[in-house]
Write a protein that binds this ligand. Structure first.
Ligand code: SAM
Ligand code: SF4
Length: 334
């Protein structure tokens, strides 16, 4: 039966798909991209129709949450057509349609995203200092993102800020970020920097700020209560008793979250990665392009899920970046 749900060899149901719709971006965050990125030829990217077929196939196989990412998803031409098309699945298999964005285009698109049934957005923001923002994103402007965030609020979207924790960069802004998110009514999640991409492995080790240390800093100011909430991913949450805020920690390198992993990722070229930290992948573009019928695509998805690995191999121990991935986050989608 083709519509039997996707269950991997470790009895984990696959209900969450993250799909990268482009490798391009209007920023060049230093931990994500080199300044002069070689982007993929357009013909290699899945078309919007192919993305629709692919995501719809996953939803037919039991995926209930779809996160659109990139690169910067909102710089892909015609992307709102895709969101509009995906919205047809909401309440008909899909529980949540969402995206991760750098926020630069939210002024333009927030209202339309809300019309497409999007309720929450994750917006990446590492600093509230305009100069530091320009430094870390190379090409970004803080004001544009803050304006985008206002547009998201006006459109009724809930916002979660994702902040990459970088030693010596935003360490001193920890309390400001928490306070600002509290004032704005934004949730906040910190992400540990990951060894992605072939460049700057050493720089990343320098910038590595273990979230356990960040948590200890927070605990000096606030009373933290661990929340039982689990997302099937690497996020763990605490509540700050003094403000009532929920703060998340994504610690892919120091915390073993793999046992409850419910997710897979598809790149903008149609490669299915069964695990963020492993190189094994399955090409879904060939079966997509081979026929209008989805049978081959569904078979390829099932065959790939049947070899989803138990866990990842990242390891920062002993000051070397072992298990480092040669691909960029912007390729796999963060
Ligand atoms: N452009 C969008 C954005 O920035 O939100 C979506 C794609 S971006 C690759 C997704 C997330 O990955 C962002 O929150 C970004 O901060 C994070 N990210 C990128 N490179 C990373 C790295 N080396 N380690 C940890 N997080 C990283
Ligand atoms: Fe672009 Fe997001 Fe990567 Fe920054 S983290 S360069 S905004 S894809």
């Amino acid at each position: 039966m083709t519509c039997a749900p996707l269950i991997d060899p470790f009895a984990r149901p696959i209900t969450y798909l993250r799909v990268s719709v482009t490798d391009r971006c209007d920023f060049r965050c230093t931990y994500c991209m080199v300044e002069h990125m070689q982007f993929l030829p357009k013909a290699d990217l899945l078309t919007l129709e192919e993305l629709d077929r692919l995501c719809s196939a996953f939803i037919g196989l039991g995926v209930r949450k779809l996160r659109v990412t990139g690169g910067e998803p909102l710089v892909r031409r015609g992307i709102m057509e895709f969101f509009r098309a995906m919205s047809r699945h909401l309440g008909a298999g899909l529980d949540e349609l969402t995206l991760t964005t750098n926020g630069s285009q939210l002024r333009r698109f927030a209202a339309e995203l809300a019309e497409c049934g999007i309720r929450r957005v994750n917006v990446s923001l590492d600093t509230l200092d305009a100069d530091k923002f320009a430094q870390i994103t190379r090409w970004g402007r803080l004001n544009q993102v803050l304006d985008g965030l206002r547009a998201a609020q006006d459109a009724g979207l809930r916002v979660k800020i994702n902040t990459v924790a970088l030693k010596g960069f935003n360490e001193d802004e920890l309390l400001d970020l928490v306070g600002w998110c509290g004032d704005q009514g934004f949730d906040l999640t910190f992400i540990e920097v990951m060894p992605m991409g072939e460049m700057e492995g050493e720089m990343r080790l320098d910038q590595y700020w273990p979230l356990i240390d960040l948590r200890a800093c927070l605990a000096q100011q606030f009373t933290l209560t661990d929340l039982a909430e689990r997302t099937g991913g690497p996020a763990r949450y605490v509540r700050l008793a003094e403000t009532g805020q929920k703060i998340g920690f994504i610690t892919p390198l120091t915390h073993n979250f793999c046992e409850s992993c419910n997710r897979v990722r598809v790149t903008c070229t149609g490669e299915l990665f069964m695990c963020l930290g492993q190189e094994d992948r399955a090409d879904l573009r060939a079966p997509l392009r081979a026929s209008r019928d989805d049978a081959a695509l569904t078979d390829a998805i099932r065959a790939a899920i049947a070899r989803k690995p138990k866990g990842h191999d990242f390891d920062y121990s002993r000051q070397t970046v072992s298990g480092q991935m040669s691909r960029h986050m912007s390729h796999t989608g963060g």
